[in-house]
Design a protein around this ligand. Structure first.
Ligand code: ZN
Ligand code: ZN
Length: 170
């Protein structure tokens, strides 16, 4: 989204455009990935060394409340961390590898259908939908299979020999 777009979206939400807000929204918009608050703070600081952590966290909260960014927990793959991404992106599901933490985005018709069906069957007006799927990516499946093979191939260690030696007399 170009800078005008960001300023425009801030304004239409009735949010005053400040330098920090613009910097953060711009970072989230351009990153295309899922950054956590700490990573965003580090990046924002490069643009404005005067920015402090509190401001960044407060701004993120405000952008979230203004529905400009989405706050994700991504199956808590990395503890209690939250990740941010722009709401301007087309709806997608997050596919999280629980072994290596890789995150894939799944765009597709099924999500749209799911939304339609919920609206139809439950008479629900959906404002936000978040889909997260956890499992093992193809790379980690391979690693796990290899590990299992190795474990199966390893000879079973003999039970520890009983200590037959008598304790030395004192
Ligand atoms: Zn993986
Ligand atoms: Zn995403």
């Amino acid at each position: 989204m170009p800078a005008e777009g960001i300023q425009g979206s801030l304004k239409t939400r009735g949010i005053r455009v400040t330098r920090q807000r613009r910097i953060l929204l711009d970072l989230i918009d351009r990153s295309g990935s899922h950054l956590d608050a700490e990573q965003l703070y580090e990046l924002a600081k490069q643009q404005d060394p005067k920015l402090n952590r509190v401001t960044v966290y407060r701004t993120l909260k405000m952008l979230k409340e203004g529905q400009l960014v989405d706050e994700l927990d991504l199956m808590h793959v990395d503890g209690d961390q939250h990740y941010y991404e722009t709401r301007a992106k087309r709806e997608h599901a997050h596919i999280v590898c629980l072994a290596c933490g890789k995150i894939e985005e799944f765009y597709g018709e099924p999500l749209h259908r799911l939304r339609k069906q919920i609206e139809l069957h439950l008479g629900f007006q959906i404002l936000v939908a978040r889909t997260e799927v956890g499992g093992y990516c193809s790379h980690c499946q391979l690693l796990r299979a290899q590990e299992m093979e190795r474990a199966a191939a390893e000879p079973v260690p003999p039970p520890p020999a009983p200590k037959s030696r008598r304790p030395r007399g004192r």
